[in-house]
Design a protein around this ligand. Sequence first.
Ligand SMILES: Nc1ncnc2c1ncn2[C@@H]1O[C@H](COP(=O)(O)OP(=O)(O)OP(=O)(O)O)[C@@H](O)[C@H]1O
Ligand SMILES: [Mg+2]
Length: 227
Amino acid sequence: MLRYSNISAGYGGVPVLRDISFEVAAGEAVAIFGHNGAGKTTLMRCAVGDISEVSGTVSYRDHQIVPGQVYLNVRQGIGFVPQGHNVFRELTVRQNLSISGLNHPEAKIEDIYKMFPILQERGPQLAGSLSGGQQQILALGMALMTKPSILLLDEPSTGLAPVIVRDVMNSLATINRESGTTVVVVEQNIPATLKVVSRAIVLKSGRVVFDGPSRDLENKDELWGLF
Ligand SMILES: Nc1ncnc2c1ncn2[C@@H]1O[C@H](COP(=O)(O)OP(=O)(O)OP(=O)(O)O)[C@@H](O)[C@H]1O
Ligand SMILES: [Mg+2]
């Protein structure tokens, strides 16, 4: 249902992604791994149309993703948690969540609070004064308030303490399992991510060099050489 067909992309004439094709089925949980600069973020941005120099097509649920029209593209049910913190710093935690859910009256802040009690605890606090890790969790909560059918996350565990990484990964597994939300997660923390996903894609210099069951990646030592 998320389908990349012959995607090549770059910046200023410099190619970054080279002829990438793969599909993610509804309900799958997939990890994207690769070195810094391999093109992981660029790949995520293609899924929401946040890139202009692109050839090939990405479609989600038979809707063709239009480059440059992020706002319209995400309306197809795509929840995107970009790399780095992306919260409204001058608003409270609760306001950030409620704004994100504006077009989704069925989304309940209380459900997010249940999943991430730290957000409830910090509900009245300005988002800009949260720690980096807390902002990361808020960004995930905000994406969930849009009731996505697919969740794209770009390095959600960066800057989080190990125990919080575990919480976030467990939450992703729960979201995937219980609501059937498709999850595509870019991560550097490979061991923690392999516990959550059933399939992994490895990018190297903008090409897919591995795409298969995550247990194959876990079991085959030589595959680690791919990185
Ligand atoms: N806006 C941009 N303008 C120019 N070059 C860019 C831009 N964004 C990314 N690049 C370049 O494209 C390449 C791939 O970047 P990308 O951010 O997709 O990699 P990544 O795999 O997400 O890396 P990281 O693990 O560090 O987040 C890098 O060489 C980067 O310098
Ligand atoms: Mg990146």
